[in-house]
Design a protein around this ligand. Sequence first.
Ligand code: ADP
Ligand code: MG
Length: 332
Amino acid sequence: MHHPVLTHKPAILAAMDEFNLIQRFFTRTTPSALLGIGDDAALIQPTVGQAIATSADMLVEGRHFLPDTDPYRLGWKALAVNLSDLAAMGATPRWALLSLALPDADPTWLSGFSQGFFELATQFEVELIGGDTTRGPRNLSVQIIGEVPPTAALRRDGAKLGDDIWVSGHLGEAALGLAVLQQRVQLPGDASRIAVDRLEQPMPRVALGLALRRVAHSAIDISDGLLADLGHILERSQVGAVVDARQLVCRPVLQSALACVAGLSYQLAGGDDYELCFTAGTDHRQAIAGLSDTLGLPLARIGKIVPNGLTVLGMDGEPMVISKTGFNHFAD
Ligand code: ADP
Ligand code: MG
């Protein structure tokens, strides 16, 4: 922790000192690290021949999650959004650092949070090797560290003319979940539960990312909405795209909601999906269809890479009007 210069309040979390808090809630064995939590820095030994893939993503209360969110689900999501970034690189996640600003040291909250975090960490064999803890408005920041053979990394700048564009999963459900929580829409019980689950406990597509090494030409994870994130691939690859919205996969239980609530806006621009959007040559269609079966995850071929522009065909097969200033008009 830094010495607090701007406040005379103790920076440690009074009820339980910082050391005990870390010891009790965040210290687990870290067999794959040379040195884990407890020193000034952790020591890790990367695998020979692999590049380190690392990124950080933070969740801020009031901005990325509602104040009363279940701490277990926050712990899960704080790690999930970071795993999603590594999935989009085709990297194997290995280690994480967790930096927390917390208003207080509430053991019930901390216990739930750490259980959610470690639930997902265990599933993906990620070891927590360090972090930082301080008092402040609730802010959950994870740095993830993974490995990928340098030439196999999935990047945003690799899309090629003629590539198919694919997306995993069911887009729009998380955005619908947020609308449910904010009481902007009402759904039947099971639909509402599915949508909120998808918002609060996204499943990072790590296995898909690994399987796409040497298959996909480019990839990105969808956190800001399909069109915005596909836009990043187009920009970095200096190409355009035609997307056919009729190819997006929709679960029956949510079909009517996604069809009537706001047309295609949730699926095209909703955000918080944490699915992968990737491009691949047409020669890989069968392999990708097979991958969908193996993973039990829908992989929809939704369009094509073209020289320039971004054209979206709506449900009538006609191009939709999309403003140049972004896709904000989709958000309600
Ligand atoms: P320093 O004062 O050297 O920054 P800290 O007191 O912040 O050390 O942290 C002590 C140890 O606990 C370090 O190994 C650090 O990485 C780890 N740590 C601190 N906060 C967390 C956390 N929220 N999760 C995991 N490890 C943490
Ligand atoms: Mg520190």
